[in-house]
Structure formats: C-alpha cells, structure tokens
Design a protein around this ligand. Structure first.
Ligand code: GLN
Length: 484
C-alpha cells in the first residue's frame, strides 16, 4: 500500500478514474493512516470522524475524494477552529473560509485540522497549546513552523495535500524541513476570508503537497478574486497546471542573492545543496547571476515590527466577550479582559502583543512602526528592480536543517526570528515563494530551496519547479517507518 500513501494527487486521480479504488476507500485509507500516525506526530489537533466527513457538503470536481487537511486557523463550518490556542480551544466556526468552500465545491474531503504554532506565531511548531508537532524524518526534531502540522501530515502520508498559512515563512519553512513542496502565493491571490488574521498585510493561505504539479492543482482551486476579501486581486479562475510541460521556459536567468549565501549561521551542508541545485538548473538551461540586495539586511527587523504591530491589533478581538474563553471570576470588565487574555494566550503570543502595542504606541510609533513601513517600501522597490535583471531568485528556504525539539530556549529565541530573513522578504513585498525539496543532510534531514518571483509569477515558479522535479527525485523520498 505504500504507493497509495505517498502517491501524488495526480496519481490518486488516475486510480480513481481507473476504478482501482473508490473515493470512500481512499478516504478510509487516509483516515486510518491519520489516526495511526497522529498519536506519534501530533500533526493534527483533530482527525475528524467518518460521519462528520461524510456529512460535508461536497460537490464533484477536480479533487473529488482526494483527502486533505487544513491548518487550524482556517475556518470550516461546524468544526473547531482553535488556532492552537487555549483562548479558542472550544470555539466552533459557523462558516467556511473561501478556500475551504472552493475545495468543497470540487469535491475535496477535509479529514482533519492540523496543528500549528499558536496563532501561527513561530518557526518550529513548539508554541502550540496542544503540544509540539514532531518531524516524521526524526521525531526528536521539529517539523518547522508555523504550519508544522500540515507539513508533517503530508510528509508522513497522512494526507496528500494540506492548506497552511504564511505570514513570514510558515508554509515554506515546514515544507523545507519535512521534505515536501510548499507555496506562498502572491499577496491577494488567495482570499483570506476565514483565515484567522495574524499580520493581515502579509498573511496568505498557501499549499503544501508532494510536488509542484499537485501544488498547482490545489492552487487552481483556491486562487482568484473573492468579493468577501477586498484585498484579493481581480483574477479569474486559472488552471496553473496548464503550463507544466516538464520543460523550463527558454532563456531563464536566476539571481543568487549573495547577501543570503554569505549570511552568518548558514549551514555548510545547506550551502553545498545550493551549489548542487545551481548545477541541476544549469543542466536545464538556466543561467545564473550573482546579485546583491543590501536592503534585505533589514527585512527580519522590519518583519518583526510589522508582524507584531498587526498581531497586537488583530488579537485585540479576543477579549472574553465575543469569542472563545471567558474568565468566570472576573469582577469588572477590565478584569474580564485581562484575566481572559492572561489565561487564554501562551507566552509567545503575549510577548508579541506587548511588543506590537509598544511599537504602535504614541511616542514610539514614529521610531518603530512608521520607520519599518518606510523600509518595507524600499525592500519592495529594490526587489522589483532585481527582477528587471533576473527572472527568479533562488535561495535556501532556511539556512539550516530541522533542529531538536527544545533546542532554542527563551535565551536564544531571537535566532529563530532571524531565520525568517530567508523568507519574510517575499511577504513584505507581497511576492510569491515556492519551497521545493532539494537534498538531504548526512543525517538524512530534508533541505529545501526557495524560488521567489515577481508578483503573480506562480505559473512560472510552478513550471520551473515541475521541470526540476522531472529530473530529480528529492520530492519522491519519504521518511522511514511510514510505509504501511
Ligand atoms: N516565523 C515567523 C513568525 O513567527 C513566521 C510565521 C508565519 O509565517 N506565520 O512570525
């Protein structure tokens, strides 16, 4: 059965079409696997029961009977929506996110809600109130974050695809550390309606899957304008698989950002994989140009300020009155707010709210928030300038492989935030980024490479990655112990 567990969506669709297996059997197969491996990995906060899956109102279409999971910060009607936080532990959503309703419209069964860092704040999935997720390649290690649950679930063959969200790294980082493909689309390509807001100006729902082709399949379903989210781009439905011919667009030039390659803390094994990836793409006819984008040195700091500022204001709605947890002993309204928020939020979230309110406060907003906005504009314009010379940028997704659970304590947590340097520039500029499996360390931990393109270059990114995946097999590897 291992071919089924690690089959791509495209292969599963063929099996369904050939009637080798029925939709119902496929759902049972992945449901059984999800229940079996979740006890070890903690990838899902809840694997749904068969009844509730069968009750989902699904039509038939491109993903009929192909099970997936959603990160538990994406709303699904009648199901829990915890954001991995105690404050929403028992909260049930009354409506579907647009991405979820579009998936139901093409027949996709959602079989569980995946674990995450609390409110998507983190890089390792260790801040979840429901406990850390384990990386299927080495269960002593983190899967990356904040979409660690969706990534671990796909990597362990619990589901063939999952939805995540990416504010600074959160689809690409865990995709890289779990050896799968992960796309953060252009800001506004996928509706954020029903995605619990963290940093609204940088959040995007993204796709985690086995390869570029499957990613394109899911993206084709969820992308496109939505009258419920005024920040969506005026794009009609589009088939992102159409351009996946297996060939690369002729005459492509990739930029290698030297500032990144030379970054402090870059693991030599990751660097060796960068070199090997360059050689593979050269064989496909890609030319490389070394470039410098000095303003990127500020991107982690700018992201730090903007994401905290937006988080502080977005999370002010969790006050014990409207949603979720409510402190029962409070004697006054102020006590109700502060006690509920104290009980409901974990350390990481509380710290970020404090920092966010500080950088927005009178007397400090000019020095921090406004300045960060100005530098963000510069980052955006320097990146757009870079795309006058090169078609795509190639960077490591994360500068090192997955670390052991607990390796970063409070004292050295800042290093974790610095890892966002490789990915958050794409969010700050609204650009799409795709992480693809590109090799393994000596300890057999997956390493991902990231392709970033100009706005709305998803088709080019996926076409390029698909061509690469026709002549490499990193994306076909799966962790030991999950065969049956
Ligand atoms: N590590 C980043 C953060 O903690 C990214 C998280 C995300 O993309 N949701 O904010």
């Amino acid at each position: 059965m291992k071919t089924l567990a690690f089959a791509t969506i495209a292969q599963l669709k063929q099996k369904l079409a050939a009637r080798e297996i029925s939709e119902s059997e496929l759902i049972s197969f992945f449901l059984d696997r999800s229940n079996k491996y979740n006890s070890q990995l903690n990838a899902a906060i809840e694997v749904f029961d068969r009844n509730s899956i069968d009750q989902q109102e699904r039509k038939t279409g491109a993903l009929s009977g192909i099970p997936g999971m959603r990160k538990d910060n994406i709303a699904q009607q009648g199901q829990g929506l915890s954001c991995a936080s105690n404050i929403l532990k028992n909260f049930v959503s009354t409506y579907d996110a647009t991405a979820i309703s579009r998936l139901k419209d093409v027949g996709a069964p959602i079989i569980g809600r995946a674990n995450l860092d609390e409110f998507a704040m983190g890089s390792s999935n260790e801040t979840s109130a429901f406990g850390p997720v384990r990386n299927p390649w080495d269960i002593e290690r983190v899967p990356g974050g904040s979409s660690g649950g969706p990534a671990a679930a796909v990597a362990a063959g619990m589901v063939p695809w999952a939805l995540g969200s990416d504010t600074g790294a959160s689809v690409r980082n865990p995709a890289a550390w779990c050896g799968i493909t992960g796309l953060k689309p252009t800001y506004g390509l996928v509706s954020r309606y029903g995605l619990v807001a963290y940093g609204s100006s940088v959040d995007q729902i993204g796709v985690l899957a086995r390869d570029a082709y499957d990613t394109a399949l899911v993206l084709s379903v969820i992308a496109g304008k939505d009258h419920r989210d005024s920040t969506t781009l005026q794009r009609d439905k589009y088939d992102y698989t159409a351009a996946l011919t297996g060939k690369i667009k002729p005459g492509m030039t990739f930029g290698i950002v030297e500032d990144m390659i030379e970054a402090e803390g870059m693991d030599p094994e990751v660097l060796a994989i960068v070199d090997a990836t360059i050689k593979d793409f050269e064989k496909l006819g890609v030319r490389f140009k070394r470039i410098r984008i000095p303003v990127l040195q500020y991107c982690a700091a700018v992201y730090f300020i903007i994401s905290r500022a937006e988080a502080a204001s977005n999370l002010s709605r969790f006050d014990g009155v409207r949603y979720g947890l409510r402190n029962k002993d409070a004697q006054s309204l102020n006590d109700l707010y502060s006690e509920t928020r104290h009980d409901g939020f974990g350390n990481e979230v509380r710290t970020r709210i404090l920092v966010g309110n500080f950088v927005l406060s009178a007397g400090h907003a000019d020095a921090f928030y406004q300045k960060a906005r100005i530098v963000q504009q510069q980052i955006r314009s320097d990146l757009l300038d870079a795309f006058k010379d090169v078609d795509l940028l190639l960077t490591p997704t994360v500068p090192m492989p997955a670390f052991k659970i607990g390796a970063f304590d409070e004292a050295n947590k800042l290093q974790l935030d610095l890892m966002d340097y490789f990915t958050c520039f794409a969010n700050l500029a609204g650009l799409p980024g795709l992480s693809i499996p590109a090799g393994f360390t000596k300890e057999r931990l997956p390493i991902g490479m990231q392709l970033v393109g100009p706005h709305c270059s998803e088709e080019l990114l996926l076409q390029t990655a698909h061509a690469y995946q026709q002549c490499t097999d990193w994306h076909k590897q799966y962790p030991k112990g999950y065969e049956e």
